[in-house]
Design a protein around this ligand. Structure first.
Ligand code: PMP
Length: 455
């Protein structure tokens, strides 16, 4: 079948996510036939380096032989089973391992099937905990500016990115919003090195004002990803944990994007040495193979639900695919790979190479506000004016234009507005890192040259 015909059939019926479908008139979808390591190959034989891990899910490469085999074997044994009253070994194994690997004090694991659902679970658990521990007035949540926690209505309510939220505002929960960390444009004029998280003041102010009504605060530890890979130092999290303790507020750590090694430690919370009351995990948990999420919580929370049936204290949230054996067998293999292949150690030199190459390539360019990196996530913030840090107007769609140029060269970077970022699968080689950085620089130069902006 002709390639163009496939593209036409796609748009005839498929409504793609996160897209203005009219754009597909001039930029039809790329039909991918296979994946191998960091590479995707389309039906015409063009290859693309997947520098964004296919929406941050892939860890160990496309068609990773170990994960593919594990899922194939599992599919021969048990594809799915109702998870109420029934269980299976992959679920038991993954739950044990997650409790072992996550910060101390997280003892119970609730499975759901995507990141947004994990957030809903954490919010509902916190809320119901209050109702069942004689604090029914605590029914609000505190969330941060520039946060992103997913697209379902509860999760969306916790978000602070107008692009996703504004149109739904009348439907969203009444959330207490606090100023999140904004290190690139720090209102206190500090750098991440000198930061003492003065910006937590606003959170404290909100806690004081709403102390009696806030059940939980929710945050993306170390990187506000969807807002443009906004990075901040662990001290903010340390202080937030202290404030939550002081005001009897649960802390929900949304590590859906940053969990499983992205920030240089297996979980971002480790760098602040904190234990949240709820830890939400998804994306990388199956190495990018199947939808799965997990919410870990404490014995204290669990106990507030544990009683005779007639008290009606049970947590009745459920999804049809909760605890899916294929997804959990993939997760089991992912956790085995982390351990047996010393993944976190092998990432250290790769992170350094990315840091060195990207700094050298981007830091001095006239339209780059900064290059920043946490662990194996790197981001280039493009600005109209380096001195004032004035952003490019969003309607110019700079990132989108650069994205299309990069695709022509075989590189899949999908910028977030004016922020181009790298979040590659961990199996990327040093040569591929170099190629990724050089190609990004090349297309940026080409783009700004064509706009007449290259100095
Ligand atoms: N939380 C964070 C921090 C995320 O980055 C995302 C997805 N990008 C979500 C939650 C929602 O996950 P999902 O897309 O699987 O619903």
């Amino acid at each position: 079948m002709m390639y163009e015909e496939l593209q036409a059939r796609d748009v005839e019926h498929i409504w793609h996510p996160c897209a203005q479908m009219k754009d597909y008139e001039t930029f039809p979808p790329i039909v991918i036939e296979r994946g191998d390591g960091v590479w995707l190959t389309d039906k015409q034989g063009n290859r693309y380096l997947d520098a964004v891990s296919s929406w941050w899910v892939n860890l160990f490469g496309h068609t990773n032989p170990r994960i593919s085999q594990a899922i194939a074997d599992q599919a021969q044994k048990l594809e799915h089973v109702i998870f109420a009253n029934f269980t299976h070994e992959p679920a038991i194994h993954v739950a044990e391992k997650l409790v072992e690997l996550t910060p101390q004090g997280l003892e119970k694991v609730f499975f759901a099937d995507n990141g947004s659902a994990a957030i809903e679970v954490a919010l509902k658990m916190s809320f119901q905990y209050r109702a069942q521990t004689s604090q029914p007035e605590k029914k609000q949540f505190l969330a941060f500016s520039n946060a992103y926690h997913g697209e379902t209505l509860g999760a969306l309510s916790m978000g602070g990115v107008g692009l996703y939220n504004d149109v739904y505002a009348p439907l969203l929960l009444n959330v207490v919003h606090a100023q999140g960390p904004d290190c690139f444009r720090c209102p206190f004029g500090e750098s991440p090195e000198t930061c003492q998280a003065q910006c937590i003041q606003d959170t404290e102010k909100q806690f004081k004002k709403h102390a009696n009504t806030i059940s939980a605060a929710i945050i993306e530890p170390l990187i506000q990803a969807a807002a443009g890979m906004k990075m901040y130092p662990p001290i903010f999290l340390e202080k937030l944990r202290d404030l939550c303790d002081a005001y009897d507020v649960h802390l929900i750590a949304d590590e859906v994007a940053v969990g499983f090694g992205r920030t240089g430690t297996l979980f971002a919370c480790e760098q602040a040495q904190i234990t949240p009351d709820f830890l939400c995990l998804s994306k990388g948990i199956t190495g990018g193979y199947l939808p799965l999420s997990a919410v870990l919580t404490t014995e204290d929370v669990y106990r507030a639900f544990y009683d005779d049936y007639g008290t009606m204290k049970a947590f009745l949230h459920s999804h049809s695919y909760t605890g899916n054996p294929l997804a959990l067998r993939a997760a089991q293999e992912v956790l085995a790979i982390f351990e047996e292949e010393q993944v976190m150690e092998t990432l250290v030199p790769k992170q350094q190479i990315l840091q060195e190459l990207a700094h050298a390539a981007f830091e001095e360019l006239p339209y780059v506000g900064e290059y920043r990196q946490t662990g194996f996530v790197g981001a280039i913030e493009l600005v109209a004016d380096r001195k004032t840090k004035e952003p490019f107007p969003s309607d110019e769609r700079i990132g989108y234009e650069i994205y299309q140029l990069a695709l022509k060269k075989g590189l899949l970077i999908r910028p977030l507005g004016n922020i181009i970022y790298f979040m590659p699968p961990y199996v990327i080689s040093e040569e591929e890192i170099e190629w990724m950085v050089n190609t990004t620089k090349e297309v940026m130069e080409q783009f700004f040259y064509e706009r007449g902006q290259l100095v």
